[in-house]
Each structure stands twice: as C-alpha cells, then as structure tokens.
Design a protein around this ligand. Sequence first.
Ligand code: DQA
Length: 139
Amino acid sequence: MVLNGPNLNLLGTREPAIYGSDTLDDIAGRLEDEALALGVAVDMRQSNHEGHLIDWLHEARADAARAVILNAGAFTHTSIALYDAIKAVELPVIEVHLSNPHAREPFRRRSYIAPVAKGVIAGLGVEGYSLALRAAATL
Ligand code: DQA
C-alpha cells in the first residue's frame, strides 16, 4: 500500500521547484508499471485527513499488505497518532519524501515516522517512490 498525506494531491502545481512537476497520478502510473515488473500489486491512495491515513494503515494490516510506503507530508512532523498506528500494525513502513526535509526549515527535521519506519528515503524526488517499491518487494 502506498499512502500519501496532505497537499500531495496538488503535486505537479505545488511548489514545483521543491516537489517537481510530476502529478500524483504520474507517480501512481509509474509505480503500477514497476510493480508489474516486480510481480507485486500496488494500492496507491492520498488523503488530506490524518484519520484516513490511520484507517488505511489498519486496513493494510487487515489485508496482510506486504509493506506500506508512506509519504505523510506535514503529518510526518506532527503526528503521534501516525507513530502509534505504525507501531500498532507491525508492518514494515518505508517513509518517503520527495524533498529532503533536513535541508529545509528546522521544523521539518523532526519525523514522528522515522523512529518506527523500516527505512527512510528523502530528497530523491519521484525516484524515491520507485526505490521504496523495490525495497518493499524484497521485504
Ligand atoms: C514532503 C515533505 C514534508 O515536509 C512536507 O510537509 C510535504 C511533502 C515531501 O514529500 O517532500 O508535504 O513529505
């Protein structure tokens, strides 16, 4: 399962100098192709609501997803609820960011996801999602 948090529905037009010009649909299409080649299935979702991301993490466990690729957007830096949910579902979660939060504002340096993530990929743009998918397929 590939989960995307707030404002990522605006990719393509949202601060393209930071996030690039690909839309979320472009990324989903690319992941679908790559998943086919890897022999895995991808379920890509986006929500601007924290509770949806938590419900989907629970669903990932109920559906026995192999792994979750999570770009929690700004919830990365605020959400103890996502931290708790990741601990609760006991699934490998790969944290992904298009930009490198460590090279930006100081408030982006804290991640509530990283301590409970299997791995973290940041700063490599769309390629980060592909790298995460390849890693997820081996978990
Ligand atoms: C982001 C980085 C976050 O700091 C920011 O709030 C986002 C996008 C990224 O993909 O680079 O919304 O997760």
